[in-house]
Design a protein around this ligand. Structure first.
Ligand SMILES: Cc1ncc(C[n+]2csc(CCOP(=O)(O)OP(=O)(O)O)c2C)c(N)n1
Ligand SMILES: [Mg+2]
Length: 430
């Protein structure tokens, strides 16, 4: 029997006694198709229904074009939220963008060295996901990770401190831009696609331990063609793991447009036997609704999902890419001026009278001042001393180091300072 998930083109019966049926099998089927919008201001609410209190819930109706599904009944096109939450989402997106602007400046001042990939334009994905899941859930992503690190609870000073290579950085200055971690956040990974199976493993651990958490394993449109992504899909489906494989389709992998690298650029269908959802990744409300839906789906034991967040990066791939040689300036300008996630939410907040122009300006100022203070604190952090002690710390958990680490020559061996043996106290001593 054919699986109900098998794509039609591969399952349609093919007769070899004539050419016509074969051609018919590949003839495009004319059906009305809805495409997901990237309009960041496409949700609706009646301002009369918006309560006075910041904490009282009200309902937002998402656009009919917020989602597209693959072998999946669509989630509700409504979202329960509060005025307080909308303002917090707005604050979070402004703060992430401001932090990325600071990273951009510090890089150009040559205070940040090495790789640095900014998420400017893609803020709604990190912010919307965080508002739709719990702190006990898990996120793992690629190198475009600053926004996720912050939303998972990393302070701005620890993230910027990391970029500057300081010991107070979120990974003690040893990871840099691509390798940041915090509770429930597993990086920040530089090898394209490698984090996807690791995400499946995190989901496996949850299932094994009987926990009801969900793991979001994020990757890019370029990464989606990695073999290990499909291996992870296969195992996750076989074992029914609580994992959302989420492609941030920002239209480009380095300088290559997605349609030039992907034979099927509909990334939400890439799971084949895994239901998929395509989401307006510029609308933070649609992102939040999708994250909530996926969490409930996984908690109900329904197994993995494949998501595609349609988004856009404003800057180059990394700091060394101006980002204008493989796409037109007009395209970037159009996305910035008509699909910006922050401007879109701002428009809705004003239209629904959730906050006044002045209140929003105050939120902008608060986010700006907070980020600026934190960045200044990071810049004031002392540079690490160029000693072997500093170089070799953080390789082993403190107290579990071996006697020494080998250098290139015996003279370069590093001997860890002797530590007193930790004798556990007996209950009578405590
Ligand atoms: C295994 C591997 N191959 C190639 C690279 C070089 N590389 C770094 S980023 C990138 C493009 C990935 O694009 P995408 O997955 O769309 O993510 P985006 O940068 O758009 O967020 C490539 C090819 C790498 N880091 N790892
Ligand atoms: Mg990409």
């Amino acid at each position: 029997m054919l699986s109900k998930f098998a794509p039609r083109a591969f399952t349609a019966p093919v007769r070899y006694n004539a050419g016509a049926p074969l051609r018919a099998a590949f003839r495009p089927v004319m059906v009305a198709r809805r495409t997901v919008t990237t309009d960041a201001a496409s949700s609706h609410a009646d301002k009369e229904d918006v309560p006075d209190s910041d904490d009282a819930p009200f309902q937002v109706k998402l656009s009919d074009e917020a989602f597209e599904t693959y072998e999946l009944d669509p989630p509700a096109y409504t979202l329960d939220t509060t005025k307080g939450e909308l303002k917090k989402m707005y604050y979070d997106m402004v703060a992430v963008r401001r932090m990325e602007m600071a990273a951009d400046r510090l890089y150009k001042e040559k205070k940040v060295r090495g790789f640095c990939h900014l998420c400017t334009g893609q803020e709604a994905v990190a912010v919307g996901i965080e508002h739709g899941i719990e702190k006990t859930d898990h996120i793992i992503t690629a190198y475009r990770c600053h926004g996720f690190a912050m939303m998972r609870g990393g302070s701005v000073r620890s993230i910027i401190g990391e970029l500057l290579g300081r010991r107070e950085g979120i990974a003690h200055g040893k990871g840099g831009s691509m390798h940041m971690f915090s509770t429930g956040f597993y990086g920040g990974n530089g090898i394209v696609g490698a984090q996807v199976p690791v995400g499946a493993g995190i989901g496996f651990a949850d299932q094994y331990l009987g926990k009801s958490s969900v793991t979001l394993s994020l990757y890019g449109d370029g990464a989606s063609n990695q073999g290990q992504v499909f291996e992870a899909f296969n195992m996750a489906k076989l074992w029914n793991l609580p994992v959302i494989f989420a492609c941030e389709n920002n239209k480009y992998g380095m300088g290559t447009a997605s349609a030039r690298s992907s034979a099927l650029p509909e990334y939400y269908k890439r799971g084949q036997f895994i239901p998929g959802l395509k989401i307006n990744g510029m609308d933070v409300l649609a992102v939040k609704a999708a994250a909530e839906f996926g969490k409930q789906w996984c908690a109900a034991g329904k197994g993995p999902l494949v998501y595609e967040f349609v988004t856009y990066r404003y800057g180059g791939h990394s700091m060394s890419d101006p980002g204008t040689t493989y796409r037109t300036r007009e395209e970037i300008q159009r996305m910035r001026s008509t699909n910006d996630p922050i401007a879109g939410l701002k428009l809705k907040i004003l239209e629904w009278e959730v906050a006044s122009e002045e209140e929003l300006k105050a939120i902008d100022r608060k986010a700006r001042e907070h980020v600026d203070e934190e960045v200044a604190a990071a810049e004031a952090m002392e540079a690490p001393h160029a000693t072997q002690e500093v170089l070799y710390e953080d390789i082993y958990v403190k107290g579990s180091e071996p006697e020494f680490l080998r250098g290139r020559t015996p003279e370069e061996n590093f001997y860890y300072p002797e530590r007193p043996v930790q004798v556990p106290k007996s209950p009578a001593q405590t």
